[in-house]
Write a protein that binds this ligand. Structure first.
Ligand code: UTP
Length: 492
């Protein structure tokens, strides 16, 4: 039997023989491409993941035992909202670690941003700021500023380096790299910006059958932001198999890593306060959270499930639990998860040991595909299939010393999820929240900002409101954007 026949039989026995529906009619190069894709795919694993994901989903919900779910224990939870005085010491410790060159950053930018509806990677998106800077540029400039602030705090002449590991995926990699090159890495040293790529999995119909994107190509999608962990072990280039993100972290002596999502315009990249807090807690992994806005907000919260930490979906807790309050009147389950994490490098190495236990989740999406019976191209108007995704927070139950830091939402979280004009988590709300923060920075430094005046402060001017002493007593009556504190004088 030919090797193609073997392959076909393997797919038949896995219940996925339909992937050969068009094979016999394809030109030879396309036959070869399809065979190569199918050979590289572990179809039995895909079936196993599907079965496990379906049963995990069935087990979710209040029936799964909300009594096992408990709020965070006090000793694992800190807050700069209720305890802002602690932030200075944490910041100092975090800056010192940055200045020692021990802090790196992992960016999760492999998502396809389907809800936003832009074909470019989300990080390239211009949320309409006066500067028209992209999300990537904001993050890069925050890193550059922080490198300077940390070096100054340590009294070091040369600046500290915070390596930036940018996780892309098949759909986002080449455009992301090209965008960085076009913008000259936004002023960062290209040697300190490391791209890597997460894996993909086939897209499935609702019954678990793999979908074909074209007669000769399987539809695939990135394997979720939890694909991060496995991606850290992949060679950075085919030419140098030994160089992986984990190897690079070790080679640079990076001990602490901050990871975050590309779509949060307020993200405090490598936040020294968070790093310092985690160092004090001696955490191996930690999460930043924001208070849930109201009891029924459909956001996952960090909580305890039995004796483990976990992200608990809104659907998993009872209405009474959702409404429960602490003696101080706050929601008991309020630690809204924003996918903003801390890891020690040894923890990132250790994930491999328990990775097989991490479940895949099902995301129901609109998936363009070719109908195997008619050969017609289908562009569905509503979700017709599934993407299988790992979630980055699914490692929490496997941590030894987990910690949570609560931060104010207005200062740190405004995600870009939806198309312009949606009214929530869209480009307009991102723009509004970022500019409102810049106004607060100026006002906190002692300036007055006129009604309706919009001033955009480059992240190179201030990372988190510091360095604005010169504006004290000034009144700003003009809108504009500035790249230095001196330029602010033109807006008085
Ligand atoms: P979301 O789950 O919100 O997905 O990603 P998305 O791709 O941005 O948007 P939709 O759901 O298609 O509309 C949250 C974060 O996780 C990253 C995204 O880039 C974003 O920073 N992510 C998501 C990955 O890095 N890889 C993935 O496979 C999925």
């Amino acid at each position: 039997m030919s090797s193609v026949e073997h392959l076909r039989q393997r797919y038949e026995s896995a219940g996925q023989g339909h992937l050969f529906a068009f094979y016999d009619t394809l030109p030879a190069p396309e036959q070869a491409a399809l065979v190569a894709q199918l050979e590289a795919l572990d179809i039995e694993r895909v079936n196993r993941i599907f079965t496990k994901a379906v049963s995990a989903e069935r087990d979710l919900g209040p029936a799964a035992g909300p009594e096992l779910i408990e709020p965070l224990p006090e000793d694992a939870a800190g807050s700069i909202i209720s305890d802002p005085a602690r932030a200075d010491a944490w910041r100092a410790a975090g800056l010192a670690a940055i200045a020692r060159g021990e802090v790196g950053v992992l960016l999760m930018a492999g998502g396809q941003g389907t809800r936003l509806g832009s074909s470019a990677p989300k990080g390239c998106y211009d949320i309409g700021l006066p500067s028209h800077k992209s999300l990537f540029q904001y993050q890069a400039e925050r890193i550059a500023r922080l490198e300077k602030v940390a070096a100054e705090a340590a009294g070091k002449g040369e600046k500290a380096v915070i390596p930036w590991y940018v996780m892309t995926s098949g759909p986002t990699r080449s455009e992301t790299e090209a965008f960085f090159r076009t913008h000259k890495f936004f002023g960062l040293d290209p040697k300190s910006v490391i791209f890597f790529e997460q894996g993909t999995l086939p897209c499935l119909a609702m019954d678990g059958k793999v979908l074909l994107e074209t007669p000769s190509r399987v539809a695939v999608a990135p394997d979720g932001n939890g694909g991060l962990y496995a991606a850290l072990r992949q060679p950075l280039s085919p030419a140098d198999k030994a160089r992986t993100v984990l190897a690079d972290l070790d080679a640079r002596g990076i001990r602490f890593v901050h990871s975050y999502c590309v779509d949060n315009c307020l993200v405090r990249v490598a936040d020294p306060v968070f790093i310092g807090y985690c160092l004090e807690k001696q955490a191996d992994c930690a999460a930043k959270v924001v208070p849930k806005a109201f009891p029924t907000e459909s956001v996952g919260v960090v909580a305890r499930r039995g004796d483990k930490f976990s992200v608990v979906e809104y659907s998993e807790i009872s209405p009474e639990q959702a409404e429960r309050r602490t003696p101080a009147g706050e929601l008991a389950f309020r630690a809204g998860n924003i996918a903003n994490h801390f890891y020690t490098t040894p923890f990132l190495h250790a994930v491999r040991g328990f990775e097989d236990e991490l479940a895949f989740h099902i995301a129901r999406k609109k998936i363009a595909h070719v109908d195997v019976s008619s050969g017609a191209q289908v562009k569905p108007a509503k979700p017709n299939g599934m993407k299988l995704e790992m979630f980055v927070f699914d490692v929490f139950p496997h941590t030894q010393r987990f910690a949570v830091l609560e931060v104010p939402r207005a200062e740190e979280f405004s995600p870009l999820k939806n198309a312009p004009g949606t009214g929530a988590d869209d480009p307009q709300t991102s723009r509004r929240d970022l500019l409102a923060q810049h106004r607060r920075f100026l006002e906190a430094a002692g300036a007055t900002v006129g009604e309706g005046v919009e001033i955009e402060l480059s992240p190179l001017v201030t990372y988190a409101g510091e360095g604005l002493e010169a504006v004290k007593g000034k009144t700003f009556s003009r809108s504009g954007m500035v790249e230095s504190v001196e330029e602010l004088d033109a807006l008085v």
